[in-house]
Design a protein. Structure first.
Length: 639
């Protein structure tokens, strides 16, 4: 239970009724002075509402066991918190029963709390997340990637290993600094009991809409109503309805018990067959001749793309099973929301990949001659004619630099000869080797000319490496771009929470009895996930590219004329596996998940199922009493 510290705190939804009619406030009592309002039931008496809560009448026809909501919200029971717009003005403050005034013209409630009570009133206003739309609040940003990633390192890539070691060291040092900061409480006070209860309050906010609507729907059952006998016409209508319902029930029984299992079994068998074929192909792509050798997917970009698509295909049934299990629980339970976003984001990316591929393929087929001519012109112009023009430019005082004409002509003819005559190397005699030795000794004195030619070809080499990195990055965009998350961010940002924020809007109280008593009204809202967090993987990719190509090893290779290693494909493709599990589910596991029957809950009109489930439910230090939900089942309707 939350501790009292002289502060009366009330959580009040914006979308509750603001009429001037009397009503009863129902919600959670987190402590003696800490209340969370779920619903305001009008035209009922507080005593009847309290009896209905004890008997479980307000939780009838719930889609799932109510014990799940009570456990999630950390409470053992709901309470009548007070009344709205009482006919008789209150004369004294009672913390067990609040008196609140609401008006259609005012968006915030006015709580009766005289100054002589020496209590500070704090009203937290919030918009209830709509669980059907998958809106919710969260203390931490939603994760668009799975957190169980373990990638196989390539032993031959020393630069990548060094980058990985530096990143791991940075994360370790950051973790140590964070742990040290937690030990110092000079600028940060120790969290109070109310601050420690913030996760439970966030769960209560997420469950507020669903529970409020359920109680409002059952509010007409409050009270005692004498059941009258039906008339002859009503009996005829009921008999006709019963016959039609029996026919529909028989047809649905035959379909769901006989036809549907056969259809689903055939579909699952076909899916498992394709899953087996995909598993064989994946084993071929991941096969290594030696433990330190590279697999086929590490060598070929095509094999890597096939590996990603097959792994997505293998993971889709698992994701679908998780999303199907969401229907077996309350919509306010938000554990499956990240899987929903990952699943549909991968489907959208694959669909876009197919659409772009079909469109591009159709264009190439329809314009095959023109496309072939353009590709030939571009390749010839950049790789042959462009290189020839560059060499000729280097032979003729490039950029005004006066070089050695004879050496420039020799080097130019040498490279042009290689371009024009693609011949293999030859064996040289002793006199030829001697001439070559003398020639390259003279080159030392002709260093400026050699440097100019080297810079030209080194720049071309770096341009090719950059083009390769750009193509791999573009492929990463096609495979990992958060397209679905961006659409949700634009359409409904409350489906992508990035934290919560408390904002002090106004401080006023217009009630006549509290003219000198100000009440802070605080607005609680969800912070949308930032674009920086959504594209965090791409920032990490840019960091890896910068660390590789601006590393001392690469700069040293450029200055010494050595081979400049391109960044390993593993460092560019690792982000594309962030939405896939580290361990692929086996065939037996996939079969058992797909053939698992759906859970069914018996949530009939009675409350015996509620009491039976809640009698043994516990939530931390709170235990739900065994007698909760038991009561007279005849109490329903208006008096």
């Amino acid at each position: 239970m939350l501790m009292s510290d002289g502060l009366l705190r009330v959580f009040w939804p914006y979308d509750l009724p603001r009429s001037s009619s009397p009503g009863v406030i129902v919600g959670w009592r987190n402590s003696e002075l800490d209340f969370f309002v779920l619903a305001v039931l009008e035209d009922v008496e507080p005593r009847n509402v309290d009896n209905a809560l004890r008997a479980g009448i307000l939780f009838r026809n719930s889609p799932h066991p109510i014990v799940r909501i009570f456990t999630l919200c950390g409470r053992s029971a709901m309470h009548v918190l007070g009344s709205t717009n009482p006919q008789d003005p209150p004369t004294s403050f009672n913390p067990s029963h609040l008196y609140v005034n609401t008006q259609p013209s005012c968006k915030v409630p006015r709580i009766f709390c005289p100054p002589e009570t020496n209590l500070s009133v704090q009203v937290i206003m919030f918009h209830r997340p709509h669980p059907t739309r998958m809106e919710y609040m969260s203390l931490h940003p939603i994760s668009l990637a799975l957190g169980d990633k373990v990638f196989i390192t390539d032993k031959s890539d020393a630069v990548s290993d060094r980058i990985d070691a530096e990143e791991e060291g940075d994360r370790f040092q950051s973790g140590k600094l964070v742990e040290k900061l937690k030990l110092h409480t000079v600028v940060k006070h120790l969290p109070s009991h109310k601050e420690q209860a913030l996760p439970i309050i966030v769960n209560q906010v997420n469950c507020a809409y669903e529970m409020g609507k359920l109680m409002e729907k059952n509010s007409h059952l409050i009270g005692i109503r004498i059941k009258r006998s039906m008339s002859v016409g009503e009996r005829v209508v009921e008999s006709a309805s019963t016959v039609w319902d029996l026919f529909v029930l028989a047809v649905s029984y035959v379909f769901w018990q006989w036809i549907w299992p056969i259809v689903t079994s055939i579909f699952v068998i076909g899916l498992v067959f394709h899953r087996t074929v995909a598993e064989i192909v994946l084993q071929v792509l991941e096969w290594r001749a030696r433990p330190d050798a590279a697999a086929l997917k590490d060598i070929s970009a095509t094999a890597q793309q096939v590996d990603i698509r097959l792994q997505q295909f293998c993971y889709w049934p698992i994701q679908y099973a998780k999303l199907r299990q969401r229907k077996d629980n309350w919509e306010s339970v938000t554990t499956s929301h990240p899987d929903y976003i990952r699943f549909y984001n991968s489907l959208w990316l694959v669909a876009n990949d197919v659409i772009i591929g079909i469109a591009l393929g159709s264009y190439i087929i329809d314009n095959a001659n023109w496309v072939a001519f353009q590709i030939n012109s571009i390749l010839t112009g950049w790789t042959v004619e462009g290189l020839q023009r560059t060499i000729s430019w280097l032979m003729d005082w490039p950029a005004g630099l006066k070089l050695n004409n004879e050496l420039a002509a020799f080097l130019g003819d040498l490279f042009l000869w290689v371009i024009e005559n693609w011949a293999d190397s030859c064996d040289y005699d002793l006199d030829q080797l001697l001439i070559g030795t003398i020639l390259f000794t003279v080159l030392f004195f002709l260093l400026p000319t050699i440097v100019v030619f080297y810079l030209a070809f080194a720049s071309a080499r770096m341009l090719i490496i950059s083009l390769k990195a750009a193509l791999d990055t573009w492929l990463a965009f096609l495979n990992h771009f958060p397209l679905f998350a961006l659409m949700l961010r634009v359409k409904d940002s409350r489906r992508l929470p990035g934290g919560i924020r408390f904002e002090l809007r106004e401080e006023f109280d217009k009630s006549p009895t509290n003219k000198s008593h100000s009440v802070p009204y605080i607005h609680l809202e969800s912070i949308p996930l930032t674009l920086r967090a959504m594209f965090d993987q791409y920032f990490q990719l840019g960091y890896r590219l910068r660390k590789h190509y601006l590393s001392p090893e690469v700069i040293f290779c450029l200055f010494t004329g050595r081979f400049v290693p391109p960044i390993h494909r593993r460092n560019l493709y690792s982000m594309q596996y962030s939405m896939l599990p580290a361990r692929r589910a086996g065939m037996a596991e996939v079969w058992s998940i797909l053939m698992q029957p759906r859970k069914t809950h018996n949530t009939s009109s009675g409350s015996s199922s509620i009491s039976g489930g809640m009698s043994t439910a516990t939530n931390g230090l709170l235990k739900v009493p065994g007698g909760f939900g038991q009561g007279d089942m005849r109490r329903r309707g208006h008096r």
